[in-house]
Design a protein around this ligand. Structure first.
Ligand SMILES: [Zn+2]
Length: 255
């Protein structure tokens, strides 16, 4: 970290947390009220740095408001309460669309014919310093804090996966390529979810996670923070792995 950044952070953390943001936290971020007091204080500290270092850009005609910034910063900061991962270093901009947005897709078909088209997306991680989010999809799940759907947890956990190579040791079929407990449990959970998706059975995890191991990790993160009891009941080993990774135990405050 450059020295000026070190001192800037120190200075920022000495400033009082802005009242308007605190009001938004209290009224628009349900998890804030559920967190134990000491985590609330840590969350505010993480947010102050996050908000200072990340750029927000409104797209598709959206004007970035304090509410949008506060809500996104709050949920992104929940994931890094105990392990800052240097505040998602590498992430520069958060692009926010008012609604689902259309993203160009290119598909190579038979004989190398390339079809171009568009598809609706709610959010994605571009891997090159950008995260894209749809505000209406964030808002939709904002007031139900325990339905296991949270676009912000989802996209930001992709960043952590990338940074730490959390699912790099599992191939697309769910075969572990490394021999450690984390990889075995993640791979086993992925194969289990694939079977459930195939049999169209419900799971504490969003079946979307059956797409590939990276999606498994992101839907598991959503379930871990939003419905830890259900995840813990269905797959205690996966819960334990996420508990070790995030160094947090949402079972203690969600409920
Ligand atoms: Zn995803």
């Amino acid at each position: 970290m450059p020295i000026y950044q070190f001192f800037k952070r120190k200075w920022l953390l000495r400033q009082p947390f802005p009242d308007n943001r605190l009001k938004i936290l209290e009224s628009k971020v349900p998890v804030y009220r559920k967190l134990p007091q000491h985590y609330r204080e840590t969350l505010k500290k993480r947010m102050v740095i996050f908000l200072d270092e990340k750029r927000f850009e409104g797209c598709g005609g959206l004007t970035i408001t304090d509410q949008i910034k506060t809500v996104i910063a709050a949920y992104a900061s929940v994931l890094i309460l105990e392990e800052t991962a240097d505040y998602y270093s590498g992430l520069q901009s958060i692009l926010v669309y008012p609604d689902d947005y259309m993203a160009p897709v290119y598909e190579e078909g038979e004989g190398g014919v390339i079809t171009e088209g568009f598809e609706h997306r709610k959010g994605e991680y571009w891997g090159a310093g950008n995260i894209v989010l749809s505000w209406s999809d964030i808002e939709e799940n904002l007031y139900e804090s325990n339905d296991g759907q949270n676009l912000i947890y989802h996209e930001f956990s992709h960043l952590l996966d990338d940074r730490y190579g959390l699912t790099a040791g599992i191939d697309e079929e769910g075969k572990p390529l490394r021999d450690d407990e984390w990889t075995h449990i993640m791979a086993g959970s992925f194969r289990k979810l694939q079977r459930r998706a195939y049999e169209r059975r419900k799971s504490a995890l969003d079946l979307y996670g059956a797409q590939n191991p990276a999606e498994l990790f992101s839907v598991a993160t959503e379930a871990f923070f939003e419905k830890p009891d259900e995840l813990h009941r269905e797959n205690p080993d996966l819960y334990r792995m996420l508990n070790n990774f995030y160094r947090l135990d949402p079972l203690r405050w969600m409920g």
